[in-house]
Design a protein around this ligand. Structure first.
Ligand code: NCD
Ligand code: ZN
Length: 344
């Protein structure tokens, strides 16, 4: 197969930041995807519907004229999120989910939840209204090994949470381990997961190959090969619980190549092409469309897209850097090639 046509995909987990850089990063996503779930971890975070709608306007202003793209907004859950705000979010046409970051788990998560019990009234309202909870599934205890933080989170936080709120609609975001795959499969249809292109294509050796590479540092961190294989199996399984979410997370080159480098990998410039590579390596290109274009909208109770995109097997060179406001951004595969090309 040298050419594939897919219903236009959506990205169910995306960081686009704010301000000047929106016009640099939004076009990459808007040329590939019809919609994206926009992460609320700005500084300060997007915690109210009013803030989410204002952020949405700033994103809309950065979309190129020849693209139709819809940002799907989210709120950032804090210890103080009220049931009233959840009700407002659930009844707003532009807000589609609430994001749960354990405080300190990742980039800009300082205002995250300090103890899940403080969010019970908000979660109760989400369970009632059907507004999905998107979970960054890692414990923050510095004594837990960084490679075990997802597995420990599932056992110590997620399992008890879903026992308490069994009907909560929940997406375990950017899963990285066989434990997460097994857990999501074992739950009812209200629990799903997103998988990134980088966790499908790379394992933890890629952080250290030929010297430490800060551009392969993200959270949750890349895991060992057996986990990557488990993610591939989940993604190509045809199980509707697993769908596309890039977690494309731009940071300036300077803040990545630093003595205390930020976590996050930018993949928006080649996102669907990179998924095509991963599915092809697994001999499962025929499974890409459902993963990329059907299972996400089905979970979010939104219509599937009606237009399509075409990818061709044609290797292209990824730029060594991209503009990012007054700075630069190093994209995934910078200076290397991607095997599939998007017809534009
Ligand atoms: C994300 C970011 O930079 O905002 N970083 C990352 O490594 N994925 C935050 C997140 O989703 O964890
Ligand atoms: Zn993310």
């Amino acid at each position: 197969m040298d050419k594939i046509t897919l219903s236009r995909p959506d990205d169910w987990h995306l960081h686009v930041r704010d301000g000047d850089v929106l016009k640099n990063v939004i076009p990459d996503t808007a040329r590939r995807f019809a919609r994206a779930i926009i992460m609320p971890n700005l500084k300060p975070p997007v915690t109210t519907v009013t803030q989410a709608l204002a952020y949405r306007e700033r994103i809309l202003a950065a979309i190129p004229d020849d693209c139709q793209f819809e940002p799907l907004m989210t709120l950032y859950l804090t210890d103080n999120t009220s049931a009233k705000e959840i009700q407002l979010a659930a009844s707003n046409a532009h807000v589609h989910a609430v994001k749960y970051y354990p405080a300190g788990a990742t980039t800009n998560s300082d205002s995250g939840v300090s103890d899940i019990k403080y969010t019970y009234t908000a979660l109760e309202k989400m369970e009632q209204t059907g507004l999905p909870l998107l979970v960054h599934g890692e414990v923050t205890d510095p004594n837990v090994d960084i490679f075990d933080r997802e597995a420990v989170f599932i056992e110590s936080v997620l399992e008890p949470l879903l026992k308490r709120f069994p009907n909560l609609r929940l997406v375990l975001e950017h899963i990285t381990t066989a434990h997460a795959v097994d857990f999501v499969k074992s739950m009812a249809s209200n629990v799903a997961a997103t998988i990134t292109p980088h966790h499908l294509l790379m394992n933890r050796n890629d952080i250290f190959k030929g010297g430490i590479n800060p551009h392969h540092y993200c959270l949750p961190i890349l895991k060992r090969e057996a986990h990557r294989t488990a993610l591939i199996e989940a993604a190509i399984s045809g199980n509707p619980k697993f769908f596309l979410g890039t977690d494309s997370a731009p940071h300036s080159q300077a803040s990545k190549e630093s003595s205390c480098g930020c976590a996050g990998i930018y993949s928006a410039h080649a996102a669907i092409e990179l998924y095509a590579e991963a599915f092809e390596q697994a001999n499962a290109l025929d499974k890409l469309e459902a993963f990329a274009s059907f299972f996400g909208p089905d979970f979010y109770r939104l219509p599937r897209n009606t237009d399509s995109i075409t990818l061709r097997r044609k290797s292209w060179d990824v730029p060594t850097e991209l503009p990012f406001g007054n700075e630069t951004l190093i994209p995934l595969r910078a200076g290397q090639t991607v095997a599939w090309h998007l017809d534009k």
